[in-house]
Design a protein. Structure first.
Length: 327
């Protein structure tokens, strides 16, 4: 299916150096912000208190956030399972003047925080909510989740590397891996620069972007390989330009459809899905750029050529005739 088709190939590779310089600068800025500011890790990673409450009617999540902020708590509140259930997350330093981390994680401190939160919610108009659960998340559990998440990310990258090693010639594999790591670092860089909360849902979005970006690279590189085998007399830049141009319609349809769904989550999904959709939005935009304008130039710089895809003809045995019979 194609919405449009170009009669002439667009000379993307003519500007390959410019694209790579832009990518390098963006990548280095992301690394800089990660090193200087770091990620604003959520309660799942840092530890804190989780308070689950239930309302008889639809929970006023926005009013809950405002009330908690007015009371001095740096907490997040979002629907949990249904519109009546709300999950409130309080980091260890959720309120100015709180005790040290060990005290904040104790059972007594956790119960006190639950009672204080319920007292704040009772000041809101309407029927007060019912306290369902108060749970402390220790820093040890947070560290374990952080390293488990990092290990999951590493395993996905290794799996992609193994897949690409079997699917393509090594130049294409290296280019795709670099482009995918570029996407991940860019997403993390945005979250570090703006200090958006990095939660488990954001980590899931990063893993999804990895697979999404790989799919786009594979489509483009499959067309590059096919063009190398069929077309004669075309230089490597011309082959890559043809492959990118011939897949543009597919790229626009796929990414526009996905981005429309992600934007709907970003706009209408509320705070629960906001950071998840935000990470996907950044990843999809940079995934298009990296798959087409980062990975492809790297393939060209690494010296991809038609000879790498053409099997050499077997030398004929001089003792055999054209039919394969002995002379």
């Amino acid at each position: 299916m194609e919405f449009f088709r170009f009669k002439k190939d667009i000379p993307f590779m003519r500007h390959a150096l410019t694209f790579n310089v832009i990518s390098l600068v963006t990548f280095l800025l992301a690394v800089f912000f990660l090193a200087v500011s770091g990620l604003n890790l959520s309660v799942e990673f840092t530890g804190g208190t989780l308070v689950e409450v239930h309302y008889a009617d639809t929970a006023p999540t926005e009013q809950i956030r405002e009330a908690l902020e007015a009371a001095g708590y740096k907490a997040t509140a979002q629907n949990f399972g249904s519109a009546q259930d709300v999950l409130i997350r309080l980091p260890l330093d959720a309120k100015a003047g709180a005790e040290n981390n060990e005290s904040a994680a104790s059972e007594q401190k956790t119960a006190q925080q639950g009672e204080t939160i319920m007292a704040v919610l009772a000041t809101l108009p309407g029927t007060p909510p019912e306290l369902r659960q108060v749970q402390a998340v220790g820093s040890q559990v947070g560290d374990e989740l952080f390293w488990d998440g990092a290990m999951a990310l590493l395993m996905v990258i290794v799996g992609i590397m193994i897949y690409l090693a079997f699917r393509f010639e090594w130049r294409f594999s290296v280019s795709t891996i670099i482009a995918n790591l570029h996407d991940v670092i860019i997403i993390l860089g945005f979250f570090a620069f703006f200090q958006w909360e990095f939660s488990l849902s954001v980590l899931a979005a990063v893993l999804a972007v990895l697979g999404y970006s790989v799919n786009e690279s594979v489509v483009v590189f499959d067309r590059v390989r096919e063009t190398f085998r069929k077309a004669r007399g075309l230089s490597t830049p011309q082959v890559i330009d043809h492959a990118i141009t011939s897949t543009i319609s597919r790229t626009v349809i796929t990414h526009a459809s996905t981005q429309a769904m992600v934007l709907s989550m970003l706009i209408f999904g509320g705070e629960t899905l906001h950071n998840f959709a935000l990470a996907l939005t950044i990843g999809i935009c940079f995934g298009i750029y990296s798959s087409v304008l980062v990975a492809s130039p790297i393939v060209m710089w690494l010296g991809a050529s038609r000879e790498q895809f053409i099997k050499p003809a077997k030398a004929q045995d001089p003792t055999m005739n054209a039919d394969g019979a002995c002379v």
